[in-house]
Design a protein around this ligand. Structure first.
Ligand code: COA
Length: 254
């Protein structure tokens, strides 16, 4: 049974959660497939961006509840490996959300760079309701993204919220008609896949590491990185292209 399908096109790797009969609940095997795919993509120059999406009318109903019940014996294993892989993933990571995104279906989005959702999307972090606690880095990332009050509302009350609310909170980039989400995400992924890859990876690493640092320190670090980038082959190609009035071509870079 293939519960995660992979498709590589135009240097965009699309990972589709494909277990619709269980609303794309994630099993240990699916976590392992996702972790392996992300780790492979991280070091594969043929992949410039990754998209995570779900089949049909559900993004992901969270961890498989049956696996949760068995987890006492089996341990977190592949789920934790997946979380480390997604948190450390160095290239652009996008998600297309249609329908429910529950539990890790929502917390995995906190590790993505661009997320677009359909009008029918419903997000929920029901950990406390299930007698559990926040996972996936959400106890750190969510308050950092939306502030304590709103994070407490989402993580302690654990009620579903819609795409408009997710957009207002800054958890996602945009809300579209359900049948327009996939195309928008693929479009954005292709734009990112055409950009200078090393500059993009460095920009992402900078965005992810700045929280909590004093501004003065960040200014100095940015200038140092910027000066280094100015002498890079990517910048050379971009600056020459501008002077020569042509489009830059970053397809040969890694
Ligand atoms: N793990 C295992 N099976 C799940 C599942 C999960 N997380 N979520 C849904 N399913 C299964 C249901 O048991 C049902 O299986 P069945 O047809 O064999 O009875 C099937 O998927 C369809 O689920 P259903 O609840 O009928 O679909 P829905 O469209 O009405 O609702 C959800 C979808 C996602 C809103 C709802 O299924 C749900 O809330 N699931 C639990 C989510 C959850 O608490 N996850 C853990 C987070 S930490």
């Amino acid at each position: 049974m293939m519960s995660v399908s992979k498709n590589l096109e135009d240097r965009v790797l699309t990972l589709t959660l494909a277990r619709p009969e269980k609303r794309n609940a994630l099993t240990r095997a699916m976590y392992q497939t996702l972790a392996d795919a992300l780790k492979g993509a991280a070091s594969d120059a043929g992949v410039r961006a990754v998209v995570i999406t779900g089949t049909g009318d559900c993004f992901c109903s969270g961890n498989d509840i049956g696996d949760f019940i068995a987890a006492g014996e089996a341990g977190p294993g592949p789920a934790l490996e997946f979380l480390h892989a997604i948190a450390a993933f160095p290239k652009p990571l996008l998600a297309a959300v249609r329908g429910p995104a529950v539990g890790i279906g929502t917390t995995l989005l906190l590790h993505c760079d661009l997320v677009y959702a359909g009008e029918g999307a419903r997000f929920q972090l029901p950990f406390v309701n299930l007698g559990l606690v926040p996972e996936g880095g959400s106890s750190l990332l969510l308050p950092a993204m939306v502030g304590h009050a709103r994070a407490a509302e989402l993580l302690m009350l654990g009620e579903p919220f819609d795409a408009g609310t997710a957009r207002e909170l800054g958890l996602i980039n945009g809300v579209l008609a359900d049948d327009a989400v996939e195309a928008r995400v693929q479009d954005q992924a292709r734009k990112l896949a055409a950009k200078p890859p090393a500059a993009l990876a460095q920009a992402k690493a900078m965005l992810k590491s700045q929280a909590g640092k004093p501004v003065a320190q960040v200014l100095d670090e940015e200038v140092a990185a910027f000066r280094e980038r100015l002498t890079s082959p990517e910048a050379h190609e971009a600056l020459m292209a501008f002077q020569q009035k042509r489009a830059p071509d970053f397809s040969a870079f890694e």
